[in-house]
Every structure is written in structure tokens, then in C-alpha cells.
Design a protein around this ligand. Structure first.
Ligand SMILES: NC(=O)c1ccc[n+]([C@@H]2O[C@H](COP(=O)([O-])OP(=O)(O)OC[C@H]3O[C@@H](n4cnc5c(N)ncnc54)[C@H](OP(=O)(O)O)[C@@H]3O)[C@@H](O)[C@H]2O)c1
Length: 341
């Protein structure tokens, strides 16, 4: 009785922001990232995408640092960045003073330097730079970034041995590879990569408009216990109604989606009902967060408000079964569109 009184008393004294933090911390869900064994939150803060933590939309570095800290406060322990996003230093600053082992850091080596494929020396240098900017002496996951099928053989034969050496030296813990989803919407590169045994983690494009990863990638990654990060849950197409309508007309032009629904006020209006989604982005994130085989849904934002909304969505139950069936009927055949243009 006395304890209940105490907890009520303290709750009353917490301000709204502190109550939100407490609530998200209590609700945050964690999962094992495949064979890495790492315990990670089911969502990861992406520090690239169209937002780059708000750096692409005019936010200050301090605002971006606060965004990373708020995500960590909410219980997110997975942070994904890359040399090319130019947000590694921001992440490094945001992590100052925290226990390194409380955060799982995923970053990426670029595939090109001066318009040429990176060499072994470039890769070592890139890893050193990332370590320095992130203020750490090890990277949990070090990926090759946005690899295309035509580059894969070079990566596997020339660069993976260097990656393994970096792992033996303790500079990285696990090897990862990410696809260039916009140019490779049927996952040609990843389909090839997951036949090899060196990848601990892959990053794949998946959203309600392009579900091809389910059969092309996830069946194998589940079998091989490879850790999977999902990207492009919202991207451009699902970020607002205007973009959704553009996406629909693009899809309708190719004949794989029924063009008549483009005329409707909201082409995905059927998703919004009492037991359904509360917004377009809510539908998009919830669609991905319950996909078997995807361990961590990466999302990117430069906005505190969106951060909070997305954490809520990613912790919400799956969309109702009938809605999922309709999404499959509508978009199940789409295999050429990533959600970005
Ligand atoms: N090849 C690769 O390796 C690769 C490629 C792409 C992405 N990634 C990784 O995946 C992460 C996620 O990127 P993504 O493009 O897949 O992100 P996403 O979460 O699918 O899309 C984010 C976009 O939607 C907007 N948004 C987010 N929440 C919103 C909300 N609640 N309401 C309205 N708009 C909202 C964001 O703008 P606001 O700033 O306005 O919120 C941003 O423009 C990246 O940061 C990166 O770490 C990797």
C-alpha cells in the first residue's frame, strides 16, 4: 500500500517528458540479432536516410545529439550510421559519458573513393576513421555500404579478408553488408551474398509496397540465423499522403497495381479504422515490425515528435489480419519499386 502511494506520488511529480521516457523504457522490446547473439532493441535509430538526424533539414548538431540521446533514453540500443551520412561524429558525441557496452553501434564503409572501388588500404583507413569519429575502440557491426551485384565478387574476394583481419584485431565484432535497394528492388546482390557464410548481419529493403524480401531474402536468413536490419519502411512513398499518391500513380502506370484506387482521397484509407492504423507512417512501421526474420526495423528522423510517434508504432500490435491480406493482394506482385524516387 505504502509502495503504491510512493510510486503514485513520484509519478505525479515527474513531468510529461520523464513519464514518456519511463513508459517507453518499460515497454521497449529486445531481440537476439541472429547469430551475433547481440541483444538489441527491435527498432534502431538510423542516422542516414533522407533525414540524417535532421542534418539534411537544417537541424543543428546539438539538436541531432539530443535526438540520439532521447532515442537511447527511450530504450533504443541500436544505432546505425555510415561514413557517407556524415553523422558518425554526432553519434560519437551523443554517446560521451555512456557505457559503451550499453549501445550496439553499426556503421558502414563506403564502396567508392574518388570514383574507384575502395582498396584494402582504403577499407582499413575507413574503419580507423569511423572508430575515431564514433569515439570508440570497436565497432559492433561493420558493413559494406549499398553494394550492387556487380561489385559483390570484388567485395567477397578482396575486401572480406581485410574485414576478417579487422575482426581478429578486435576493431570490429561482426561483418555486415547492405544493399542498394533503390537500384536493386529484387535483392539480386543480397540473394547472392547470403549463399556465403561470412555475413553475420544484412540490411534489406522491405515495406508494404515491396514485400519481395520475404521470399527472396528472409527465408534464407532465417534458416542461416543471419541478423537482419530492415530499411525503407517509410522512406519517401509512405511518409505522407501526397507522396503516397505519386507512388500509386507510378505503380499504376506499370499495371501491377489497380490504378482506379489512385482517384480515391486516400489510396490506403482502408487501413484506418477503430482497430487499424492511426496514420500512414504508423501503418508502414507496424507492417514491418512484425515481419518474421526482420530483427531490427531501422527508422530515420530529424524530429522529436516523429521519434516518439515511431517508437509508439514500432511497439504496437500487428495490423489487423484483414488489412494484411488486402496489402498482400494489392502489392504482392510489386517487385520493381523501392518507395524512393
Ligand atoms: N543501403 C543502406 O545501407 C541504407 C539505405 C537506406 C537507409 N539505411 C539505413 O536505414 C535507416 C532508415 O532509413 P529509411 O530511409 O529506411 O527511413 P524511414 O524510416 O523509412 O523513412 C524516414 C523518412 O520518413 C520521415 N518520417 C519518419 N517518421 C515520420 C513520421 N512519424 N511522420 C512523418 N514522416 C516521418 C523522415 O523525415 P523526418 O525527418 O521529417 O521525420 C524521413 O524522411 C537510415 O537512417 C540508415 O541508417 C541504409
Amino acid at each position: 500500500m505504502f509502495l503504491r502511494y510512493l510510486s503514485h506520488f513520484f509519478n505525479h511529480r515527474l513531468n510529461k517528458s520523464q513519464r514518456d521516457i519511463q513508459e517507453f523504457q518499460q515497454k521497449m522490446e529486445y531481440i537476439t540479432l541472429g547469430r551475433t547473439g547481440l541483444r538489441v532493441s527491435v527498432m534502431g535509430l538510423g542516422c542516414g536516410g533522407l533525414s540524417c538526424l535532421g542534418q539534411s533539414t537544417g537541424k543543428s548538431e546539438d539538436e541531432s545529439i539530443n535526438l540520439v540521446r532521447k532515442a537511447l533514453d527511450f530504450g533504443i540500443n541500436f544505432i546505425d550510421t555510415a561514413e557517407t551520412y556524415r553523422t558518425e561524429r554526432i553519434v560519437g558525441n551523443a554517446l560521451k559519458g555512456l557505457r559503451r557496452e550499453d549501445v550496439v553501434l553499426s556503421t558502414k564503409a563506403p564502396m567508392y573513393r574518388d570514383n574507384k572501388l575502395i582498396t584494402a588500404d582504403d577499407l582499413v583507413q575507413a574503419a580507423e576513421n569511423s572508430l575515431r569519429k564514433l569515439n570508440t575502440d570497436y565497432l559492433d557491426i561493420y558493413h559494406f555500404h549499398a553494394v550492387e551485384e556487380k561489385e559483390y565478387q570484388y567485395v567477397a574476394e578482396e575486401l572480406v579478408p581485410i574485414q576478417l583481419r579487422l575482426r581478429d584485431e578486435g576493431k570490429i565484432r561482426f561483418l555486415g553488408i547492405t544493399e542498394r535497394f533503390m537500384a536493386d528492388p529484387t535483392h539480386m546482390m543480397l540473394k547472392r551474398a547470403i549463399q556465403d557464410d561470412c555475413w553475420d548481419v544484412v540490411c534489406v529493403g522491405f515495406n508494404l509496397l515491396n514485400q519481395t524480401a520475404r521470399t527472396e531474402v528472409l527465408t534464407t536468413t532465417i534458416q542461416k540465423n543471419i541478423g537482419v536490419l530492415g530499411m525503407y519502411a517509410v522512406r519517401r512513398a509512405l511518409s505522407n499522403i501526397e507522396n503516397l499518391k505519386i507512388a500509386f500513380s507510378m505503380l499504376a502506370q506499370t499495371g501491377v497495381v489497380d490504378g482506379t484506387i489512385v482517384e480515391d482521397d486516400h489510396p490506403l484509407g482502408f487501413l484506418f479504422h477503430e482497430k487499424g492504423a492511426v496514420s500512414l507512417t504508423d501503418a508502414a512501421y507496424r507492417y514491418c515490425s512484425h515481419e518474421p526474420g526482420i530483427h531490427v526495423v531501422l527508422f530515420s528522423t530529424g524530429s522529436m515528435e516523429h521519434l516518439q510517434a515511431n517508437v509508439t508504432s514500432l511497439l504496437s500490435p500487428p495490423l489487423p489480419h484483414e488489412d494484411l491480406i488486402k496489402i498482400k493482394e494489392l502489392f504482392g506482385k510489386v517487385n520493381h519499386f523501392s518507395g524512393h524516387w
